[in-house]
Write a protein that binds this ligand. Structure first.
Ligand SMILES: Cc1cc2nc3c(=O)[nH]c(=O)nc-3n(C[C@H](O)[C@H](O)[C@H](O)COP(=O)(O)OP(=O)(O)OC[C@H]3O[C@@H](n4cnc5c(N)ncnc54)[C@H](O)[C@@H]3O)c2cc1C
Length: 512
């Protein structure tokens, strides 16, 4: 890829290929590269298109990471679910092509435990009372109705530039009605149950607390209809399918993206090597961009992109996967999907108490006796700093409070996404004063004034419709590939002085 800038690239007459670098081989980078290699995208435009993926790690997939236990069972330590497995979801279509089996999960099939209780009690005695849960469920539904009315008014005001955003929790605490005096008027137990119910939506889905999430723009994202499914053999089959035929350089961290000259851009690699390209698609995770954008880009990113980086929040989620000799939790409820223990008041105040938000059984997915314990928000941030010798006993103590007679695990696997220099967190969320509009700002391409925009962006955080998901990142990769092709086409038209150059915008549809 490196070399002198001899002749203009990108026209059928051009004497050298159009060079495109994709930074990051997660799902967004792989989907961008795959799309860039589709001939239909370039028909009549470029003589040849050279696409190179530069990946810092020694593996593909980024926040998709499948590991295999000793008994052959796969466990996804990063993304696990395909959310909304319907025909609109491109992942469902690809699951067929890559031969991956999707298994439906049922979130209603769960066991709920009290926060407290001594290990001498029988596990059954500590399961939450159904009648009490129903009462809190009703309270929750009522509170959410009040909230939705407020949120819709707040969104209208925000679009007119009026009003000020606040945290979701501040909003919820301020709500009251004839039948509901307000959250702070509930007795301590009901309030804790209600807070747990809220946490089930915020902490679990967004890996961020109601104190961190924007009230006005919470839940702004879109979703595909359909079931939530797990991959029987892990997400890795999708990654391997997408990577076929791509030119990927592993173990190649990019340390600088220099777009300071009009003719091309230069990528500086950590070993000192430099690579020239005509365009690049940067799929670095939000956490990495937040920490390193000042040293990464030359010249600096425009204010609009930096403002978006500052506003968007980075959520925290860590997993501890444990394989046992037997699935002891199934004695309580066969084929159970999720086990949830209410957090104690203490854990809410002191995240270092290591309360998991929920555990997921993989028994019905892989057939193996695997439980995955999920930690989120500050607890996850703390947990990512712990050595395994401390983390595992704490995790086992938590499980023992629900299953006193449980055996020791045979194998344990854990994550440290929050400490990982190539991720710096789990995924993005709309923090206070942040909306999907800022995701559009984050992804707006950059370049020198009066020159083609050479640096384009993709990834879960740039998706305005499906942020924080695999399908969102996948679609963003394709969008950015299209954006690069559009820019290259525009440039080629300018150079050739021609109005039309044969060009395909979307698969199979030739616009000319
Ligand atoms: C614990 C966890 C659970 C999740 N669960 C789900 C789920 O169930 N369902 C779902 O849909 N989504 C889930 N997600 C979110 C999903 O994983 C992401 O939205 C998606 O994988 C992001 O893809 P990406 O390509 O944008 O980023 P990434 O996958 O992070 O790809 C970016 C790539 O850039 C590389 N990189 C970083 N720095 C450099 C550098 N300097 N030079 C070169 N390369 C670099 C990274 O190594 C990485 O490979 C989860 C995420 C986590 C962390």
């Amino acid at each position: 890829m490196a070399g002198a800038m001899d002749a203009p690239a990108g026209t059928a007459e051009g004497s050298r290929p159009l060079r495109i670098a994709v930074i990051g081989a997660g799902i967004a980078g792989l989907s961008a590269a795959k799309r860039l290699k589709e001939r239909g995208l370039w028909r009549g435009l470029a003589s040849d298109v050279q696409v190179t993926l530069l990946e810092a790690r020694d593996r593909l997939g980024g926040r998709i990471r499948t590991e295999v236990f000793g008994d052959g069972a796969a466990v996804d330590l990063g993304a696990a679910w395909v959310h909304g497995a319907s025909k609109q979801n491109p992942l469902l279509q690809m699951s067929k092509a890559c031969g991956g089996k999707l298994v439906k999960t049922d979130w209603d099939n769960c066991i709920l435990f009290e926060a407290t209780g001594t290990t001498s009690e029988s596990p059954e005695a500590k399961r939450l009372d159904e009648a009490e849960l129903e009462e809190v469920e009703e309270l929750h539904t009522h509170l959410m109705k009040l909230f939705q009315a407020k949120q819709s008014a707040d969104r209208k005001a925000a679009k007119k530039g009026e009003g000020e955003d606040q945290s979701l929790m501040t909003s919820l605490r301020g709500l009251s009605s004839k039948r509901f005096k307000g959250m702070d008027h509930l007795d301590q137990r009901k309030r804790l149950l209600l807070l747990s119910q809220i946490a089930a939506e915020t902490d679990q889905d967004y890996a961020a607390t109601a104190n961190e999430l924007s009230s006005t723009w919470w839940d702004e994202d879109d979703e595909f209809p359909g079931d939530h499914c797990l991959w029987k053999d892990g997400y890795v089959s999708l990654i391997n399918y997408l990577a076929q035929g791509l030119d990927v350089r592993l173990g190649t961290p990019v340390v600088k993206i220099d777009f300071s000259v009009p003719s091309h851009l230069t990528l500086h690699l950590s070993g000192g090597e430099q690579i020239d390209a005509d365009y690049c698609i940067c799929t670095l995770p939000l956490g990495v961009l937040k920490h390193h954008h000042e040293s990464l880009f030359h010249p600096s990113l425009p204010d609009q992109n930096v403002d978006a980086l500052r506003r968007l929040g980075v959520a925290a989620m860590e997993k501890v996967a444990l394989r046992f000799e037997e699935s002891f939790w199934e004695q309580m409820a066969p084929n159970v999907h999720c086990i949830y223990r209410m957090p104690t008041q203490e854990a809410r105040r002191a995240p270092t108490a290591l309360e998991a938000s929920f555990c997921v059984s993989l028994k019905h997915v892989t057939g193996s006796n695997v439980l995955v314990v999920y930690y989120v928000t500050d607890t996850a941030r703390h947990m990512a700093t712990l050595e395994e010798e401390k983390l595992v006993p704490s995790t086992l103590a938590l499980l023992q409070s629900m299953f006193p007679d449980m055996p020791e695990p045979l194998e344990v696997k854990r994550t440290t996404w929050d400490q990982d220099p190539f991720t710096c967190g789990a995924y993005s969320f709309n923090a206070v004063s942040c909306s999907s509009q800022h995701r559009l700002h984050l992804r707006s391409p950059v370049g020198l004034e009066g020159c083609p925009k050479r640096v384009h962006f993709a990834g879960e955080a740039t998706s305005d419709r499906f942020p924080s998901t695999v399908h969102g990142a996948y679609l963003e990769g394709r969008r950015a590939a299209q954006e690069v092709a559009d820019t290259a086409r525009h440039e080629a038209q300018k150079r050739c002085g021609r109005k039309h150059i044969g060009y395909a915008f979307e698969e199979g549809i030739l616009l000319e």
